[in-house]
Design a protein around this ligand. Structure first.
Ligand code: ZN
Length: 318
């Protein structure tokens, strides 16, 4: 979508001798496979196993024009490239943060057929993006019996989390509705958001990480902030009394950051926050919409993941 590019691709294959202490095993990668312990027991009992090829292949790519074209050069499908963008999207804005010369590194299972449940469909088992001043890494993990997902090194899901409410409100004074009698316009029209009653000056928080798409005055909305959020969501906060100091278009915000304060500017019959949630620019009910919520690995999953990620980290950094 962002055009073709000339890419410098540097595929590297990392070899190590069989029995290397840091060698990741299939056990670490596949806690759900009960047969793997038997298999490795058998392998251990066999003396003088010939040196095996490294189970992983590392590929580093320098971005010349766009992540998409660089990812294709690194050998991933457009679908896999999209899933990587999604996994990094809570931390990296691919339209703004990437610059020519930034690089990323992908670690692939050499033969995905060995353990088809480990990052199947050509997905890398680990990925690192190097933005010059910062780097971000993600690791694939599949819970036994579950579907796989990318996690950060500390075991947090890469799916960006959303909060349900932007304020500690007292009550919903007007619900989301396809047809309601508008008290200001005196006619029936859809109510594209919810009204949350709160005193003037109550802090309004971003419900997810995002970028300021609009900050200013709009007819009806009064003082309004619109944020673009991950996964094609956007959020709108209207009738504000004032904006957070220095808030400007294009600024990155994090979940929970104060972006403004409740007021009654624009067409408002009293102090409240008019809050809209849009997905692909279509209004959805912010109180009932399915939202990505915070998720971190726990217990045995966390331990399995940690050993797997530690092993893969050496492939990312080399
Ligand atoms: Zn409203």
């Amino acid at each position: 979508m962002l055009g073709l590019a000339v890419i410098a691709v540097t595929p590297r294959s990392i070899e190590y001798l069989s029995g290397h202490a840091a060698a990741p095993t299939d056990d670490a990668l596949d806690p759900g496979n009960g047969a793997s312990s038997t298999a490795s027991d058998a392998a251990a009992a066999r003396p003088a196993t010939p040196p095996a090829a490294a189970p992983y292949v590392t590929r580093s790519v320098t971005i010349e024009h766009s992540f998409d074209s660089a990812a294709l050069k690194a050998g991933v499908s457009p679908q896999v490239a999209a899933s990587l963008v999604k996994a990094f999207s809570a931390k990296v804005d691919f339209r703004r943060d990437l610059q020519k010369g930034d690089s990323f590194t992908l670690v692939f299972k050499r033969d995905p057929g060995d353990a088809g449940d480990v990052a199947a469909d050509g997905k890398p088992v680990a990925a690192k993006i190097d933005l010059g001043s910062t780097t971000h890494t993600i690791y694939w993990y599949r819970k036994p019996g579950g579907t796989g997902s990318y996690y950060t090194l500390n075991g947090n899901s890469t799916l960006p989390a959303f909060s349900r409410y932007p304020i500690a409100f007292t009550r919903v004074s007007s619900p989301f509705s396809l047809a309601r009698f508008d008290p200001v316009l005196k006619r029936v029209r859809p109510h594209d958001g919810v009204d949350l009653a709160a005193p003037v000056g109550t802090p309004v928080h971003a419900t997810a990480t995002g970028r300021v798409k609009f900050v200013g005055w709009q007819r009806g909305y009064g003082k309004v902030v619109i944020l673009s959020n991950p996964n094609d969501f956007s959020t709108l906060f209207a009738h504000l009394s004032r904006f957070a100091h220095g808030l400007r278009r294009g600024q990155a915000v994090h979940r929970g950051q104060v972006i403004g304060y409740v007021g009654e500017t624009g067409w408002a019959t009293g102090p409240h926050l008019h809050f809209e949630l849009r997905r692909d620019n279509v209004p959805v009910n912010p109180l009932t919409a399915r939202l990505p919520v915070e998720h971190r690995l726990k217990g045995a999953d966390r331990e399995h993941f940690a050993s797997q990620a530690q092993a893969l980290a050496s492939f990312l950094s080399s």
